[in-house]
Design a protein around this ligand. Structure first.
Ligand code: SF4
Length: 450
């Protein structure tokens, strides 16, 4: 998963940076900002959190056009690369959230070249080629949209001072904007704009915004209309709780998911404990529905990163340091532990052990998400089936591996009912909105192993 931001207007670099800080949860492998200065496109970025990756002294505080990106790698290596990424002729710079699954095929069609290893680089080079042909960023993205397969919410700027904002025809990833008399602001999530005190709208799927000048921005249709498929995992895990996606607030949707879990649960318990922070909203919904006390018995160190989106080599270390249990609150208690999802099972196993070691009498694990049985190739880091515990194990086997007394998952129907929008549910059903060959894509997107 990644996050993007943009600003057209005064203090563009600074405002782009401020928005990135608000969507930092969408990736901390790397971050970058690109801006336009005297007709030249410049980039500042590096590895880690926004405040480590981007040196403010490298930004131009007079720039009026900037785009930004926080990276959580879903393709390419974990280390060393970041967006925004510049085209080969340095005419445009692109930042996008998603995955282009047929980037080699598209590069062959448009550039006669297929040896790309990173979808973002192929994407920007194709876009630039078409931009040079059409002289217009909106026509360039339109030209390529019928060929591209995958998900993309994007921002791009040109050396002539244009900006393009676009969301793919299925709308798999979210994208929001705020348009005032003197600015255009863009953020992957509505929270990135509301946190700065700005009003916002979500960019409808299959739409683009194109501006050559502030005050003359146009909103246009991108390409052929396709059935919507909003990522269910955004609602379950990724979005900030205060964000809206297709008009649905993430916190409220998660509370409904927790309530669904509670409806099918008759285990006796003393308290409900959320896995911080991503299980909190579902735990609230669960506790309300069952009339049980909610207690924050697990402390999460917010500065050690999100284990799920950390590179495998450091994931274990992050996990060990990240959680501490309040022993006094769990000793001799029967605990319902609510998490947003179980991907690899490592975090759940670790937490159940911590709770037992702290004296919990029973630990019952509840997952707001259904079992994840298939990888994601549309922007979330679950690249191979082998990494997913529910791909090869039954629910009973997972329960035993994790060490919980009982384990209950929500169903796909529970998620559909909780969100109430047309969803991509591919990682829960193996039925994707785009026809794909899972085995081939597992190889193509096996990051850190190439
Ligand atoms: S496969 Fe899963 S994670 Fe990927 S876009 Fe679909 S719902 Fe989201």
């Amino acid at each position: 998963m990644c996050g993007i931001s943009a600003w057209f207007g005064e203090n563009a670099s600074e405002m782009t940076y401020e928005i990135l800080l608000e969507i930092q949860h969408r990736g901390h492998d790397a971050a970058g900002i690109a801006f336009l200065r005297n007709g030249k496109l410049k980039i500042a970025g590096g590895s880690g959190f926004v405040w480590n990756a981007i040196n403010p002294s490298k930004l131009d505080n007079k720039a009026r056009l900037a785009i930004g990106h926080v990276r959580y790698s879903t393709s390419g290596s974990y280390a060393g690369i970041y967006q925004p990424v510049v085209g080969r002729n340095k005419k445009i710079i692109l930042a996008f959230n998603g995955n282009i699954i047929n980037f080699r095929e598209a590069a062959t069609i448009f550039l006669g070249k297929k040896n790309y290893v990173w979808d973002a680089k192929a994407f920007v080079d194709i876009l630039e080629e078409l931009y040079e042909e059409h002289g217009n960023l909106a026509d360039a993205i339109r030209d390529i949209s019928s060929i591209l397969k995958g998900s993309y919410s994007l921002v791009a700027i040109s050396s002539r001072g244009e900006i393009l904002v676009a969301r793919d025809p299925r709308g798999i990833r979210p994208l929001a904007y705020s348009l005032g008399d003197e600015y255009l602001a863009v953020s992957s999530e509505t929270a990135g704009l509301s946190a700065l005190g700005l009003g916002w709208k979500e960019l409808e799927r299959n739409n683009l915004i194109y501006c050559q000048e502030l005050g003359s921005c146009s909103k246009e249709i991108l390409g052929k209309t396709l059935d919507p498929a909003y990522c269910a995992f955004e609602y379950i895990y990724f979005l900030r709780p205060d964000s809206f996606f297709e008009g649905i607030n993430a916190h409220e949707a998660r509370k409904r998911m927790g309530s669904k879990l509670a409806e099918k649960d008759y285990v006796e318990a003393d308290l409900v404990a959320p896995v911080p922070d991503s299980g909190r909203s579902a735990a609230i919904g669960y506790a309300i529905r069952r009339g049980l006390p909610l207690d924050e018995v697990i402390y999460r160190n917010r500065f050690s990163g999100r284990a799920f989106i950390s590179a495998p080599t450091i994931r274990r270390k992050v996990l060990l340091k990240k959680f501490q249990v309040m022993k006094e609150s769990v000793r001799d208690r029967k605990i319902i532990l609510v998490d947003d999802s179980i991907v690899r099972g490592d975090t759940s196993r670790h937490l159940v052990r911590l709770l037992r070691n702290a004296g919990a009498k029973e630990v019952h694990l509840r997952s707001a998400a259904p079992p994840i049985v298939s990888p994601c190739f549309f922007g979330i880091d679950m690249p191979t089936r082998e990494e997913l515990i529910a791909y090869s194990k039954s629910i009973e086997e997972i329960r035993r591996y994790i060490g919980a007394d009982t384990l209950i998952y929500n169903t796909v129907k529970d998620i559909k009912d909780s969100v109430g929008k047309p969803l991509c549910l591919g990682c829960f059903t193996s039925l994707y909105p785009i026809k794909i060959r899972v085995d081939m894509l597992e190889v193509l997107f096996s990051r850190g192993r190439r």
